[in-house]
Structure formats: C-alpha cells, structure tokens
Ligand binder design. Structure first.
Ligand code: ARG
Length: 452
C-alpha cells in the first residue's frame, strides 16, 4: 500500500535519484545501521534476537557491496533505501524494523558527517606528508641562491630553502584547517528523526560512542539541517587547492627554458604530439587549473543552502556531488604535487645566475644610507638615481667609481661595494622570518617541530 497511485515519471526519477553517486556512502550507512540496531536492542525497542538478525543481515549486505555483487534494483532511489530493501530480502519482515526511531534525514546527515570526517583525516595526513617533503627539499637546498619576485620581476635574492618553506607553512595551515573540519563533524545527527526527535527512549550517547562522535547534536532541527561541515570541508579544500595551484604555476614557469630553474622527472611530464623536443609540465598546469573548480563547488553549495528554510529540503541532496568531486580532485592534486616533488631537480647555476644581478641589492644600498642617518625615502631616491646612471652607462652598480658615488652622496664610501658583494644581501636579512641562513635554520627547526 502507498499514498501514490501513479508511477513516478522517468524524468522525475532521473532528477531525484541519488543512487548513482551516493553509493560510495555505503560503509557509513552500514556502520550507522549496525550501531542503531544495537541501540534499539539495548533499549528493548527490539528484542535482542531481532537486533541480532538485523546485524547479521547487514553484514551480508556489506559483504555483497564489498565484493561488488550487490544487485541494485530499479526502485533503489538512494543508498539508504537500497540497503534497507536488500536487508529485508535477506532478513524478512524484521528488516522493516530497522528504521524504527530513524528518518532518512538524520541518517543521511550522519553518513555525510562520517564521510567528511574520514576524508578530512586523510587530508590532514596528506598535507602533513607534503609539508614534510617540502622540509626535506629545503634542507637539501639550504643555501642555494635564487631571485625572489614581486610582480614576477626579480626583486631581492632569497634562498631556495626559504621559498620552498613558504609552501610548507601554507600546507601546515591547510592541515589545521582540515583538523578543524574533523572537529566540525563531531556531533551525532542520528536520533533527531525527521526533524523533531523520535517517540522512543533511544540512547544517542551509545550510538555516538560506537560511531566515534564526541557528542550528540543538541537540537534535532539543527541536526538534520546542518551541513556546515560540508561547507567547512569545501572551504578548506578550496584554500588548499589554491595553494597547490600557486606551486603548480611556479613549477610551470621554473621548468621553462626561460627560467630553467628546475626539471621535472619524465614520470611527471608529457611530450608533444608534433614537436619531438618538447617536455611539457601538464601535471603542474592541471594542478594550477583545478583550484577554481573546487572553489566553484564551495560557492555552488553556499548557493544551495543560502535562504533554505529549515529543516531538511531535497536541495540538500546536492551536497554530495559538490563534495565528492572536491574530495577526489583535491586528493589527486595532493598526490600529484607530492609525486612531482619526489623527483624534481633544481639547477643551482641557473638559480644563482638569476639572483646575481646587483640591482637586486638596491634596497640594501638604500639601507646603508639609512644606517648613516639618511631618511629611507630620501635614500630610496638616491639609489634610484644610481640605478639610472648604471643603466644609462650599461654598467653594474659596482662598476661605478668612488667619485661617481660621492657625486651622488658623500655618504657612499667603500662599504657600498661590500653591500653589493654576492650573497651579502641574503645574509643581511637577519630579521625573524627573513632569508639569512641562521633564520632559515630556525624556521626549519620550527617546521620540523610542527610536523613532529
Ligand atoms: N538521498 C537523500 C539525500 O541525499 C536522502 C535523504 C532523503 N530524505 C528525504 N526526506 N527525502 O539527501
């Protein structure tokens, strides 16, 4: 018997069914059904025998799903209904008792929270592993000089270790963002029923303990409406993917002949179908391009939830494809970047040569004047004038003679040439968080401690 007398329209089914993508929740759905059945038994809402029969049948369903022999049926709208249908085929009418004191609304919220928790935990690991790889690379290239850039113009020299560690800190922040996503999944929705609570004396704490939730959701209305943890995951993923895209972009630039700063291993590059000499950084380019896709899922799902009246609305089924694609895309990008960084080689000479131009020490010359009492703004102008003179004469700054210098400022003496000495500008960056070797070593210690 049913309230409906007509079959659903095929196009409605196509729109409404989520079985095509929510199948991947099956392990969580089985786990929560097991916990729910145990709780119903413990609370005498089912006999121990009925609870045992349900658990045994759920085990069989899980086994069929695991071995990919589970037969999905025409009317299996989503994974929850598919599992309950098969459970009832196996266990008989007692299968129909599993949904006592439960609704698909608290059920799906629980599956999603468990899924997000697991994925965020994996991302915590992956971000940590990538940050560790960056620490190793920084250690191996500790005193390799390279130009630091602003506006993609050579700006000031830095050590390659310092540049690589910048990404390490981004990933450590990503790791803590994913850790807070894990906490955001910590309260159990199950037991909220459709929205108002249920008419039975359930034990939600027992279910929470069994499923690894730290607490139970305080408000049944909030419990079935809440998808904050999905938004939190998507936000963390979008930021992490954005970091990876910047690294991808630098690998693309650096591996070009123009820069020549690094070379990717053949395993992470492809050839051209026409130009036999080409080695293209496709993986780095694709990592660069994936970030907006994940950010798009975040924006789209904000769009789905914004203005939705409480409590559950079918709109919320749209959480899945946005989340699943973000999860899969991010995990692929994290592995790809890790793989690329396993086998990347840097070219010390090219990096050093690009860092060696004396103009990169122009700020250091200005600071020499500042130490002699010249206001910085004025010193900036004086050195700008020197740069122009050098450019006009096609010279390096150190080619300017002592008399040319004193004509510009009487304060420019022999120390001018010291400041321009190769490497002096790097070792002068002694401020906390700066690029001098001593500061980079401190940074490495802190990064290692954060990862320990
Ligand atoms: N497939 C649904 C979803 O993903 C499950 C919840 C359905 N609940 C309902 N009241 N129709 O959101």
């Amino acid at each position: 018997m049913s309230r409906f007398s007509e079959r659903q329209h095929a196009d409605f089914r196509a729109l409404n069914d989520s079985i095509g993508f929510d199948q991947r929740l099956w392990r969580y759905d089985i786990a929560q059904s097991m916990a729910h059945a145990s709780m119903l038994g413990a609370q005498r809402l089912l006999t121990e025998q009925e609870a045992g029969e349900l658990r045994r049948a759920l085990e069989q369903v899980a086994d069929e799903l695991d071995r990919h022999v589970f037969g999905f049926g025409e009317d299996d709208e989503d994974i929850h209904m598919a599992i309950e249908r098969r459970l009832t085929e196996i266990a008989g009418p007692v299968g129909g008792k599993l949904h006592t004191a439960r609704s698909r609304n608290d059920q799906v919220a629980t599956d999603m929270a468990m899924f997000v928790r697991d994925r965020a935990e994996l991302d915590v690991q992956a971000c940590g592993a990538l940050a560790s790889r960056l620490v190793e690379l920084a250690e191996a290239h500790l005193d390799w000089r390279m130009p630091g850039y602003t506006h993609l113009q050579r700006a000031q020299p830095v050590y390659l270790s310092h540049h690589l560690l910048a990404y390490c800190w981004m990933l450590l922040r990503d790791r803590s963002r994913f850790a807070s996503v894990v906490s955001a999944t910590g309260s159990l929705p199950l037991g909220a029923g459709a929205l108002a609570g249920v008419n039975f004396d359930t034990d939600r704490q027992l279910v929470a303990r069994e499923l690894g939730f730290a607490s139970v959701a305080e408000n049944s209305i909030d419990a079935v409406s809440n998808r904050d943890f999905v938004l939190d995951y998507l936000a963390a993923a979008a930021t992490c993917a954005t970091h990876l895209s910047r690294l991808g972009a630098e690998i693309v630039l650096w591996s070009s002949e123009e820069f020549g700063f690094c070379e990717l291993s053949d395993a992470w590059a492809s050839g051209s179908s026409i130009m036999p000499q080409k080695k293209n950084p496709d993986a780095a380019e694709l990592v660069r391009a994936k970030a907006p896709r994940i950010a798009g899922h975040l924006v789209a799902f904000h769009g789905v939830l914004h203005g939705l009246p409480l409590t559950y609305n079918k709109d919320m089924q749209e959480d899945k494809e946005h989340l699943f694609d973000a999860v899969d895309t991010l995990s692929l990008c994290l592995s790809a970047v890790h793989g690329m960084l396993e086998a990347i080689t840097f070219r010390r000479e090219r990096l050093a040569e690009a860092a060696s131009h004396e103009f990169l020490a122009a700020t250091d010359v200005a600071d020499l004047l500042v130490r002699r009492g010249v206001p910085f703004r004025q010193a900036h102008g004086i050195v700008g004038g020197l740069v122009r003179v050098a450019l006009e004469q096609g010279k390096q700054l150190s080619d300017l003679s002592a008399s040319e210098l004193s004509a510009v400022s009487p304060l420019l003496d022999g120390e001018f040439y010291e400041v321009l000495r190769d490497g002096a500008a790097l070792e002068a960056k002694v401020s906390e968080g700066g690029t001098s070797l001593a500061r980079v070593r401190e940074q490495l210690d802190r990064a290692r401690a954060a990862l320990a």
